[in-house]
Design a protein around this ligand. Sequence first.
Ligand code: NAP
Length: 310
Amino acid sequence: MDELVDERIVPGTSLRVTAVSVGASLLGNPPRPDGTPAETAEALARAMFASPLAMIDTSNNYTQGRSETVLGSAVRRDGLPAGKAIVTKVDADPETGALDRDRVWRSFEESIARLGLERLPLLHLHDPYTIEFEEAFAPGGAIQGLMELRDQGLAGALGIAAGPVSLMRRYAESGAFDVLLTHNRYTLVDRRGEELIDLAAERDMGVFNAAPFGGGLLAGRSETYAYTQAGPELLAWVARARELCERWGIPLHAAALRFSLRHPGIASTIVGVGRPERLAQLEELQATTIPDEFWPALAALGTPPSTLED
Ligand SMILES: NC(=O)c1ccc[n+]([C@@H]2O[C@H](COP(=O)([O-])OP(=O)(O)OC[C@H]3O[C@@H](n4cnc5c(N)ncnc54)[C@H](OP(=O)(O)O)[C@@H]3O)[C@@H](O)[C@H]2O)c1
């Protein structure tokens, strides 16, 4: 089976996705530490549009809005290719932290203006850390704004996208959302997101699993996991996993990607793509043969040391 073009409808929505989706949180970054010039952003957006991966995940606040702006330039220049979807998220006001009904509307309006789109197939509430859960659901709160957008057909479906599992559970159980997006919590080294995947299945909600490489560690790109320096125990576990993978002839990041892809409760796995060649590399990773016997061998390494505390 060609997993790359393995299309499915996300439960709770009418959104068609591929098993892997493109994460655009790095798109539009100003000159990066390696000196990559900003013009490369246009080329990256073009590559994202040309790729068979159906969904591009962005947010109002990714790279201070540049991620949406660069995607919007591509939409205006080339049109959104058939079968391609851009999904974004509403964010708190970057200055005041406000995330109420009015801010949700403003965030949405900023996003569609940048993206050059009139409506979105799916809109997430992103990292609602500046407000209390109760505040979100109060009259005039963020949830009211999201419901209005869905009722008016401006957002096809609603999602909750955040980190801490306990917070995600509360939002997911509220019944307000059609899908959830968990990140860094269902990977080779962290399994706490499993309870959210189970919860979503009970409620017929779709699940996006973002950051299968933990933001870099499992792709050999950094020593950070979930955007924080990994401790020595975690680094030691990953080194042992890498050795095991080498013995099996499997790149560690191929195993990390497959770990997410093989969970039947995950509608799509969102991988952060910071340069065009990553898209072809992802195809190769997906095509990597990983025998069933590899997984018990990996499990024999023992439980990976947990780094997150939610
Ligand atoms: N709260 C939320 O809603 C939330 C939170 C986290 C993530 N997300 C979404 O999920 C996406 C993924 O998360 P993430 O980017 O933080 O983490 P990730 O997908 O685990 O890792 C991304 C890193 O992996 C590298 N990479 C990607 N493909 C590769 C390949 N084929 N070979 C080697 N390295 C590869 C990238 O390197 P390069 O930079 O060199 O390309 C990038 O540094 C984000 O872009 C965002 O869309 C959402």
